[in-house]
Design a protein. Structure first.
Length: 589
């Protein structure tokens, strides 16, 4: 319950957290503080409103039968103004049913509060989210999609929960790749000539071929890196030009994706160049860095090679240069010391897990982060094509992000024209943009980020199933109901209406709505946006069942106002949930 207790009092009592608090209090009273400290996860149930399997988890620790533990807890959960009943079912589940009056009151508070009853922390912590991180002077491609989308969603969720979120785009703008490109541009007498990012990508590929096949060019490219890092003005002038062109390019892409990264969030590799030597000196002065085979290394405990020998993190190479490890350590030290971060999240592909784990370990060895600081590698799988291999273009190259977004919007436009031909041309264009981009983003986020997923246009653009178009259409349909009712929109909810929960589908929808605060909190705790996606799909499904069973516009008062309030709250939760995923919620489709 620490996440709840650390937050300011909310204008409502979150039913899920209220039940969790009562369940833990009953556990503590029955079996002591140790049992009461166990996280009592609560889930929706087909047998009651909510269900907990905490007794099953405690059975071995307490050496008692799960049903016996559950029965002892239920004895301490008598009916009151919140609980209608607490019962036990086999093999030891605790079933909890809320009073309708309490649930109705909670939804009323949710409807009246723009934050849905989610309190803000009294003392906001700083959370740094490192995501996207393309290489400058190169086109962004499908390989950058997951980091950008997942990172942006997590940053939105944390910000909504009241964290001071610092977005960081740790772009690659230093080292050998830039040395190769700049040297090639000088060779071809292209330095200073205006070029687009696609052209620069072609120049880079040509430079790569020369670097791999021409030892003399490779040596000149390495010397160019030294000139760049030592401040040679001629080299720096071209480097700045390349950076400016690329920043304009990626900023336009972020705007199109509705990603909240801005040029001000860029903290490139070069940003930490002046700190690298000091990082090495500090590690040496603390006795953590040693010379191994001519390189300065740190050997964090627990990391070994395949042969069993200790695995080093190389912070300074034998030639005196600095690699990625030094830059990553300098960046992390800055985020911890200067920014005061209590959470640092790296939204990076799973192959970087060992490297980042070693960087985290060294930062703790150096005393930059204590046990209260959360350092997390938010890893993710790959985007696969229909052949279950890495998604590629027909020519075998990575698909450009611009090309991917163009195709998504084009496909969405055909669907919108087919379904809504009577809408104004500009409206259809705007809907197609929202649906096309939203479908791509949602198809990524709906999957557990750790797993690979298959990119399938037909599935992601479908108007049924767990897709962005389905959720968008559900939201637009509710907006249509509200418009016909003369409510004018989501913000004109009858907040003083008493929400009746007499019909089974009314209660089922109410229970889904009541879970929203906890789902947002759990998404932040687990760093898994697919939990929010699944919730929104279940909410939309519950609304469909409610609307099919319960007339809204044709109902008599006060039932009509009650059901309109349920509609309005559902629309608001759907819109906010999609917004936390970085997806638009059109009011017309």
């Amino acid at each position: 319950m620490s996440a709840v207790e650390s937050r300011e009092k909310s204008p409502m009592v979150d039913p899920v957290n209220e039940l969790g608090y009562r369940l833990q209090s009953a556990l503590r009273a029955s079996f002591g503080d140790e049992a009461g400290s166990v996280v009592a996860d609560i889930h929706r149930s087909d047998y009651a409103d909510y269900q907990s399997d905490v007794a099953l988890g405690l059975a071995r620790r307490l050496r008692r039968a799960p049903r016996e533990i559950a029965a002892a807890v239920v004895e301490r959960l008598p009916p009151d103004a919140v609980l209608q009943a607490a019962t036990v079912s086999e093999p030891g589940f605790i079933n909890l049913t809320l009073r309708s009056e309490y649930l109705s009151s909670a939804l009323g508070h949710m409807l009246a509060d723009e934050r849905f009853g989610i309190g803000l922390p009294a003392h906001p912590d700083t959370a740094v989210v490192d995501y996207s991180s393309p290489n400058l002077a190169k086109e962004m491609h499908v390989g950058h999609l997951r980091s950008t989308i997942i990172g942006d969603s997590l940053a939105r969720v944390l910000a909504f929960l009241g964290y001071h979120v610092v977005r960081r785009n740790h772009v690659g703008d230093w080292g050998t790749p830039f040395g190769m490109l700049i040297e090639h541009l000088f060779d071809e007498r292209l330095a200073g000539r205006a070029a687009s990012v696609p052209e620069l990508s072609n120049f880079y590929r040509a430079a790569r071929v020369k670097f791999d096949s021409d030892p003399e060019f490779a040596e000149r490219a390495r010397r160019r890196v030294v000139l760049l890092q030592s401040g040679d003005e001629k080299t720096l002038a071209l480097w700045r030009q390349l950076i400016a062109v690329t920043i304009d390019y990626i900023d336009a892409l972020y705007r199109r994706l509705d990603v909240l990264l801005t040029p001000d969030d860029i903290a490139a590799e070069s940003h930490y160049n002046a700190d690298l030597a000091d990082v090495v000196n500090e590690l040496e002065s603390k006795g953590l860095a040693v010379i191994s085979d001519g390189a300065v290394c740190v050997f964090p405990p627990g990391f070994i090679r395949r042969d069993g020998a200790p695995l080093p993190l190389i912070v300074q190479k034998t030639d005196g240069g600095f690699g990625y490890a030094a830059t990553d350590l300098a960046a992390l030290r800055y985020r911890l010391r200067t920014l005061g971060a209590k959470q640092v999240l790296y939204v990076v592909g799973t192959p970087q897990h060992q490297h980042l784990s070693m960087v985290f370990a060294v930062s703790r060895m150096a005393g930059w982060a204590d046990d209260k600081v959360r350092l997390e590698h938010v890893g993710f799988g790959s985007v696969l094509g229909p052949d279950k291999k890495m998604l590629k273009s027909r020519s075998g190259e990575s698909i450009g992000l611009v090309e991917l977004l163009d195709e998504g919007v084009e496909r969405a436009r055909r669907l919108v024209d087919e379904k809504s031909p009577d809408l104004d041309e500009r409206v259809r264009a705007a809907i197609a943009q929202a649906v096309g981009i939203g479908a791509i983003k949602y198809a990524d986020l709906v999957n557990d980020r750790i797993k690979d997923y298959v990119f399938d246009w037909n599935r992601m653009l479908a108007f049924d199933g767990n897709t962005a178009p389905y959720l968008m259409y559900a939201h637009a349909r509710i907006c249509s109901i509200l418009s016909k009712a003369g409510a004018g929109g989501q913000d004109d909810a009858p907040v003083h209406s008493v929400i009746g929960l007499d019909a089974p589908t009314e209660r089922a929808l109410a229970l889904e709505l009541a879970q929203f605060p906890r789902v947002v909190q759990r998404t932040a705790e687990t760093l898994k946006p697919h939990r929010l996606c699944q919730y929104l799909f279940e909410l939309a499904t519950a609304f469909t069942a409610f609307y099919q069973a319960c007339p809204v516009l044709r109902a008599e008062e006060p039932v009509r106002s009650s059901r309109l309030a349920l509609c309005m709250l559902t629309a608001r939760v759907l819109a906010k949930g999609l917004d936390l995923l970085g997806i638009a919620a059109p009011e017309t489709m």
